[in-house]
Design a protein around this ligand. Structure first.
Ligand SMILES: Nc1ncnc2c1ncn2[C@@H]1O[C@H](COP(=O)(O)OP(=O)(O)OP(=O)(O)O)[C@@H](O)[C@H]1O
Ligand SMILES: [Mg+2]
Length: 405
């Protein structure tokens, strides 16, 4: 089994997928723009060979270079788990006739408007929306959709350039900020709670499923600095409240023609109990959600993803043991982290339930919280009871304080 894996070392969690591929017995050919000599020592043993390209996002250039590199060799899979590379992987598969999702199928997971059209065509509930490219189109779409509405890039990530707009005058203020965005989606604002629906699929059927609750919803996590974002995986997926979302998620996978691998979907649960589609990617979620799922079941999804992608087999047990909460912290102030308060108390109070503590240490420069949900580090805590996992997560959110002053 010979696998070309796009970017084995960036983002850093890709090292784990590279490990997974090696552990299930694949020969791994990594392609990335990390210089060969800068590849972390951890990833090297998992790579059979590596091609450094000058610009990983320059698709045509990468295609030519990889084709020259692989000339005369047979390749069984071309895989990528980072959103900006999923189309490139599909283009390489098509060029070489390698099995896996086509470019057209992957576009349904990458283009937010197209995905909504395809999901809606299958009779599933999506926010009403319009694709807009100019200010006048945006104004016309806003008239039609009404307020509140959401304006966001078609190829967005990390809630960048995403705005809730509640009136025409707010729209006037926001339009100039969207000038750098070539194509946007103007859509009905969906009130309610927000969840993920994550899977590892074989031929579009989930071999593994997960739901996690966003507390609060991502647009608030990304726009209010003092918030410590909390995400908790839900152990009990049989509860009635989630059934609409699970049915929606499974429907979306078949509507979009999912093949093998990870998916990460976001959905809303309205106050009336309706599940509404948000968005989906044919790749894992970021911000450590795969670690959270691993802690939820005590499994290794990095390796199971590799097994599914290479051999269409999923071998881990799917028993859900814990609700797993991750809490991202943001230091008050600018520059370098200077001190952390309340950590010792929290660690003592939660004891065995704490599975990770990775807050940035004093002396470390703060991360840009607008650019990365990872913020200034995180803690992970787990418990079989939802209330306890929730309580300990919010204890970390309010009780641990970081400063950069
Ligand atoms: N139609 C909508 N109604 C209500 N909230 C929305 C809507 N669209 C987006 N949002 C809010 O904005 C957030 C970001 O939007 P979306 O997930 O589409 O973009 P994104 O930039 O790809 O996000 P990320 O990469 O953080 O998952 C959502 O998680 C949600 O909180
Ligand atoms: Mg999103």
């Amino acid at each position: 089994m010979r696998v070309v894996f796009l970017q084995p070392a960036y983002p850093p969690e890709m090292i784990e997928y590279t490990r997974g591929l090696k552990e299930v017995g694949a020969q791994v050919f990594g392609v990335g723009d990390t210089p060969r000599e800068a590849l972390p020592a951890k990833v090297r043993p998992y790579l059979d060979d590596y091609l450094q390209v000058p610009r990983i996002l320059d698709e045509d250039d990468v295609m030519d270079r990889v084709s020259a590199w692989m000339r005369g060799k047979t390749i069984d899979r071309v895989l990528a788990n980072w959103e900006p590379l999923v189309i490139l992987a599909a283009r390489l598969r098509e060029r070489w006739g390698v099995p896996g999702m086509s470019v057209d199928t992957v576009r349904g997971f990458r283009d937010k408007q197209l995905m909504k059209e395809r999901v809606q065509a299958a009779g599933l509930r999506v926010p009403r929306s319009r694709r807009v490219t100019t200010e006048s189109e945006t104004r016309a779409a806003a008239e039609e959709i009404g307020y509140p509405l959401i304006l966001k890039p078609i190829a967005g990530a990390g809630s960048a350039d995403t705005y809730k707009v509640t009136s025409k005058s707010e729209l006037d203020a926001i339009l100039p900020k969207m000038r750098g965005v070539p194509e946007a989606s103007c859509e009905e604002y969906i009130e309610g709670e927000e969840f993920t629906y994550d899977t590892v699929c074989i031929d579009g059927k989930p071999a593994y499923e997960n739901v996690a609750a966003y507390l609060p919803k991502p647009i608030e996590m990304r726009s209010i600095e003092w918030i410590s974002p909390v995400i908790i995986t839900v152990r009990d997926m049989k509860q009635p409240k989630l059934q609409g979302g699970l049915a929606l998620g499974r429907g979306v996978l078949s509507a979009l023609g999912m093949g093998d691998g990870f998916t990460h979907m976001e959905w809303y649960l309205t106050p009336k109990g309706e599940a509404v589609f948000g968005e989906i990617g044919c790749r894992p979620g970021g911000a450590h959600i795969v670690d959270q799922m691993n802690y939820t079941n005590d499994i290794d999804l990095f390796r199971e993803w590799a097994r599914v992608s290479c051999f269409k087999k999923f071998e881990a047990k799917s028993e859900r043991k814990y609700n797993v909460g991750i809490v991202f912290k943001r230091a008050q102030g600018q520059g370098r982290v200077t001190r952390i308060e309340g950590l010792g108390d929290w660690l003592r109070a939660c004891g065995e339930s704490v599975v990770e503590e990775k807050l940035l240490r004093p002396g470390t420069p703060r991360r840009n919280w607008k650019q990365t949900l990872l913020s200034d580090g995180h803690v992970i805590v787990r418990h079989p009871e939802w209330e306890e996992a929730h309580r300990m997560s919010f204890h970390a959110a309010t009780g641990i304080k970081m400063y950069a002053e």
